[in-house]
Design a protein around this ligand. Structure first.
Ligand SMILES: *Cc1c(COP(=O)(O)O)cnc(C)c1O
Length: 544
């Protein structure tokens, strides 16, 4: 299996293309600005439905991943070892269990990993992949040669930084620096990050806002010399390996549901709370590979660029059409800058989905452009798709919007349906499920999915069973949950929600570095300092 850029060029890369620092495919971003996608979508083996049906999550992961990763890249044996190591950190024996909420509604719980949110599923594997590739490259070097290392740098508003930290903690030749705005992250999220005291993990508390943190990270990546010297890497959501890891639970849940309910003519509809379009894109790959399912549901919060796309075929940053706003505003902890610039990102109760544009959507657009391309011949259609996509992305960059042809919108509607869920609906849905027969406590991201599921269900044929992807544990977003349920006499946060792992977290030892001003130079100094210390300890010499 080779990979190409959505924006064209003749370059074809392997899963681990040997580039300085880190594989390009693992990173996701092509030099021409495009995103890497596989050359073709592999079909499932003929007897997959019988031969895969009783496999454990890890066995299934090996089967699915090896359709995209050639044995020359990673041997099957090594892949199995990597997968087993990655999911050993999960608390649930099924890794991603399915729970029944009602006859036609299930949740697929993706939050049983170390940080209680779905990004663990991908990042646990990614950390081990990085370590594996670096170790292999270093083993090929001559004795005494400088080992290849990787410095991962990222900014977080609190909700996703910990998954990256837990994915990379204690990995050989990798260090990670995560910037968060000091005092603007919820106490639990801050504790999750800063209580990881492995020596390769560095939490930087920046005296500034989340935007300041992001600007610093951008400026570090933009500094060619610094970037090359420290071999900077990112683990953001365009990373191809993350998408790939996420396809596995669609297959696993399909079999779980088959086992739980008699195999009548049930058709599964996956409902996915969506931000950067990574999770739902993984479902699209599963569908295209041949996993039977109804249209995927894209559930957005009030940052609804995707829901608007499926209405009109216009992909545009700023909503130029409609009335906006809802009665409830969300001063979510950690994001309470009170900043909501016109056309900017809105702060909602589901902050991990607060986006302006969806970075992985480009990959879907490529497939739509491919299908829409005139003519025959795979190569010609691929070239046409790259050219079309390049044009769309250019107009996105210059005008902040692109309008796709009606034929393309038709293709998008064949495989997806989208709904926008307001803050008010999110809280109402949390309440509704807690007081229902299932007494389920949903986190606000999951609630966006549950609410979208309910709306779409009214248009569904009765044979459809919905599986809503539950992307976070409710304790991780306690503010919205408490706000929704505080008036319920039966609700007790400690009893109903708080996992034992969170209880001692606030008292645990922490390691955090204060950055007194939001300045890139200060962060560079810190990274330099650690790099020098490490080089010193590696050679046994003191630096001069
Ligand atoms: C990242 C995240 C999402 C959105 O997933 P995408 O792949 O970006 O669409 C939803 N819920 C939670 C809790 C997340 O952390």
């Amino acid at each position: 299996m080779k990979y190409l850029s959505t924006r064209g060029g003749d370059e074809r890369l392997t899963f681990e293309e040997v580039k300085p620092a880190v594989s390009t495919v693992l990173t996701g971003l092509a030099p021409n600005g495009g995103l890497y996608i596989p050359e073709y979508i592999p079909a499932l083996p003929e007897n997959w439905e019988t031969s895969w049906k009783d496999l454990s999550f890890t066995d299934l992961a090996v089967e699915v991943l090896s359709l995209y990763i050639s044995p020359e890249d990673i041997s099957r044996e090594d892949l199995r070892a990597l997968v087993e190591k990655s999911y050993r950190t999960f608390r649930h024996p099924d890794i991603t269990p399915v729970k029944r909420l009602s006859a036609r509604t299930y949740v697929l719980e993706l939050f049983h990993g170390p940080t209680f949110a779905f990004k663990d599923v991908a990042l646990q594997l990614l950390g081990n992949l990085f370590e594996f590739f670096l170790a292999r490259r270093n083993a090929r070097k001559s004795a005494g040669a400088k080992p290849e290392t990787l410095t991962v740098v990222g900014a977080t508003s609190g909700d996703t930084g910990s998954a990256a930290i837990y994915g990379l903690r204690n990995k050989a030749n990798v260090s990670i620096f995560i910037l968060h705005p000091k005092g603007r992250v919820s106490p639990i999220q801050e504790a999750q990050m800063t209580t990881v005291t492995d020596t390769n993990v560095h939490n930087l508390a920046v005296n500034g806002t989340f935007d300041d943190c992001q600007d610093i990270v951008k400026s570090l990546f933009g500094d060619r010399e610094f970037n090359a010297k420290h071999r900077l890497g990112a683990v953001n959501s365009i990373n191809w390996a993350r998408i790939l890891a996420q396809t596995v639970y669609y297959f696993h849940s399909y079999f779980q549901l088959r086992a739980q309910s008699p195999p009548d003519n049930v058709e599964i509809q996956y409902v996915v709370p969506t931000g950067n379009f990574g999770d739902v894109l993984a479902g699209y790959y599963a569908k295209r590979m041949g996993l039977p399912m109804a249209r995927l549901v894209v559930a957005t919060n009030e940052n609804d660029i995707l829901a608007r796309f499926w209405k009109s075929g216009a992909y545009e940053k700023v909503d130029t059409s409609a009335v906006n706003g809802s009665a409830v505003t969300a001063p979510a902890a950690g994001a309470s800058d009170g900043k909501q610039a016109a056309g900017g990102v809105k702060e909602t109760f589901s902050p991990a989905m607060d986006i302006m544009v969806s970075s992985n959507f480009e990959r879907l657009l490529w497939y739509l452009a491919y299908e829409d391309a005139a003519g025959s011949g795979q190569e010609a259609k691929m070239r046409a798709a790259c050219a079309t996509l390049d044009g769309w992305m250019k107009s996105m960059k210059s005008d902040g919007r692109v309008q796709v042809p009606i034929s393309v919108l038709g293709l998008a509607r064949r495989d997806f349906v989208a709904e926008r869920i307001s803050n008010e609906q999110t809280l109402d849905t949390i309440r509704e499920y807690f007081t229902s027969e299932s007494a389920y406590v949903a986190d606000p991201h999951t609630a966006v999915g549950l609410c979208a599921a309910k709306i779409v269900a009214t248009q569904n044929p009765p044979s459809i069973t919905q599986v809503v992807l539950s992307t976070a544990h409710p304790a991780k977003f306690s503010e919205a949950v408490t706000r929704a349920l505080s008036s319920s006499p039966n609700f007790d946060f400690e009893l109903d929600v708080l996992p034992p792992e969170f209880k001692g977290l606030l008292e645990k030892e922490r390691r955090v570095i204060a950055v007194d001003a939001p300045e890139a130079s200060l962060v560079k100094e810190i990274i330099e300092g650690f790099a020098e210390r490490e080089a010193g300890s590696a050679t046994g010499a003191s630096s001069v």
